[in-house]
Design a protein around this ligand. Structure first.
Ligand code: BT5
Length: 247
């Protein structure tokens, strides 16, 4: 049990994208909440139409939750919560691992990308997509940062990497997600504080223009109460970003 929500994971082999198949499952009246965990994806997607490389060996999961289950305090920062629960899941498997977050949706180790999250909705349900590299770090072909894997992090930490697998990781993400969603004492301010504390503020950031990176070098300064990121520019001035994605 995860804070009253029994684990409900559907495991499949290759799909186009777990986001699309999860929507079809809702249309076919699959019991929600559920998680769809795929072995690989032919058309995995990131934000803004970018591709998510999805070879076998990694975790490709969409958790579908009725919108009505998510409290008003959590809803505006749900994309940040998605990153927080992924980090918590990895750190439960590899205690003390140096796992950080990059606003708004990346999970990072030593400046390399372990995974990313993508939140979509259909008006009544939320679809929380999570891709995490467990065993395979695909080459990154655009201006994104290099990829790493949870197995690499485990080995560096002296944890047997074969003890970390996609199914187990998905179950931990599920538990951390529903623990947060069902905590009726949690506030938006607290979730923002947690994300701020988990950010790697030493990273050099760039705006994304499609597959290109913007020239200006930015650094993360702080989150505001809505979880928007204030960055510092090379001339020392600050700007608050709302819907931008960063490389
Ligand atoms: C994300 O997008 O980081 C969100 C990724 C969400 C993927 C999951 S998998 C399950 C579910 N089903 C889907 O179809 N999607 C979700 P974004 O921040 O836009 O990052 C995309 C960028 O990450 C690309 O442009 C590359 O630079 C880089 N990238 C692509 N595949 C990668 C990988 N496997 N590991 C690390 N970096 C990758």
């Amino acid at each position: 049990m995860s804070e009253g929500i029994p684990l409900n994971i559907h495991c499949v082999e290759e799909v186009s994208s777990t986001m699309d198949v999860a929507r079809e499952m809702v249309a076919a009246s699959t019991r929600v909440p559920f998680a769809l965990l795929a072995g690989s994806q032919a058309k995995g997607r990131g934000t803004g139409g970018r591709a998510w490389a999805s070879p076998r060996g990694n975790m490709y999961c969409t958790i579908c939750v009725p919108e009505a289950m998510v409290p008003a305090e959590v809803m505006p920062v749900l994309p940040l919560v998605a990153g927080l629960v992924c980090r918590a899941a990895i750190m439960e498997l590899i205690p003390g691992a140096d796992v950080h977050l990059k606003w708004p949706n990346d999970i990072i180790h030593n400046g390399m990308k372990i995974g990313g999250t993508l939140v979509e909705n259909d008006g009544t349900h939320l679809f929380i997509g999570i891709g995490m590299n467990v065993a395979v770090a695909p080459p990154v072909t655009d201006a994104g940062r290099p990829a790493t894997t949870i197995h690499n992090i485990a080995e560096a930490a002296g944890v047997k990497s074969e003890t970390v697998n996609p199914r187990q990781l998905a179950a931990l993400v599920w538990r951390h997600l529903f623990t947060t969603v069902n905590d009726n004492t949690i506030t938006r301010a607290e979730l923002v504080r947690r994300f701020d504390a988990a950010m790697d503020k030493s990273l050099t950031l760039h705006r994304r223009n499609g597959a290109e990176r913007g020239e200006e070098t930015l650094t993360a300064v702080r989150l505001n109460e809505w979880g928007h990121l204030t960055v510092r520019k090379p001339d020392g001035s600050e700007e608050t970003l709302m819907a931008d994605y960063l490389f």
